[in-house]
Design a protein around this ligand. Sequence first.
Ligand code: NAD
Length: 251
Amino acid sequence: MFLNGKRALVTGSTSGIGLAIARALRAEGAEVMLSGFGDEQAIADLRAELDATHVEADLTTEDGCAALMAGAGPVDILVNNAGIQHVSPVEEFPVDKWNLIIALNLTAAFHTTRLAVPHMKAKGWGRIINTASAHSKVASPFKSAYNAAKHGLDGFTKTVALEVAPHGITANCISPGYVWTSLVENQIPDTMEARGMTREQVINDVLLVKQATKKFVQPDEVGAIATFLCRDEAQNVTGANWSVDGGWTTE
Ligand code: NAD
C-alpha cells in the first residue's frame, strides 16, 4: 500500500466528505488522524474502524487550530476539509455566521498549513489537499460568505503550491458539486425560505440544476481524487483546482 508510513490529518472527518477521504487514505495504508465533532460513540467506532486517533478542536479559532496541530503531531498529508454553510441574502446575512464561515472554511486552512509545512519541508515530501467547492469557481446567490471563503481557499492554495513546490510538496483543491451530506441537507430549509420553494424544487431546480449528470457526487468519489493526489504520479499536479461536479462549472 503506497501510503504506508505516511501520517494523514483530515479535518472535518467525522462525517461526509472528510470521512470518505479518511477512509480512502487509510485503505492505501496511511495512518489517519480524524478531527471534527460528533457523537462520542460514533467517533469511537470510527477510530476503531480506521485504527485512527481523533483530535477534537474548534477550528474557527487560531488556538483551536494550534491545538489540533499539536495534538496531531507531524503531518505528511494535510486535508483541510472542515466547512460549514449558511444561506441568507447579503443584507440579512448574520455577521457572526459570516465570521464563522470565513474562519473555518478559509482561515483554518491557513493556520494548519503554516503549522504543517515545516515538517513537510524537512521530509522533502508533503501533500496539502483542500476541499474547496464548485463555489470556489462560480457563485450562487445567498451564499456570500461561503463563496468568498471558497474562492479565497482557491487563491490561498495556488499561492502555497508555488511556495512549497521546490520541497516535494504539492497543494491542490478538490471542488465537488453537490454531495449528499449533512451540510447539504441542513441548507435545504433555509434555501426553501430564501427562494420560496418546496423541498423538491430546491433539490431539482437549485441543487442539481447545473449538474449535467443530474446526480449528487458521492463522497467516495472525492476520496478517490484525494488518494490520487497523494501518488508519486501526481507530483506535478499542484496549484490545481480539480472539479468533481457533474459538469456544473463546465463552460
Ligand atoms: P459535513 O457537515 O458532513 O462535515 C463537516 C465536518 O466539519 C464535520 O466533521 C464537522 O464536525 C466538522 N466541523 C464543523 N464545524 C467545525 C468546527 N468549528 N471546527 C472543526 N470541525 C468542524 O459536511 P460535508 O458536506 O462533508 O463538507 C465537508 C467539506 O466539503 C466542507 O468544506 C464543504 O464546504 C465542502 N463541500 C461540500 C459539498 C457538499 O455538497 N456537501 C460540496 C462542495 C464542497
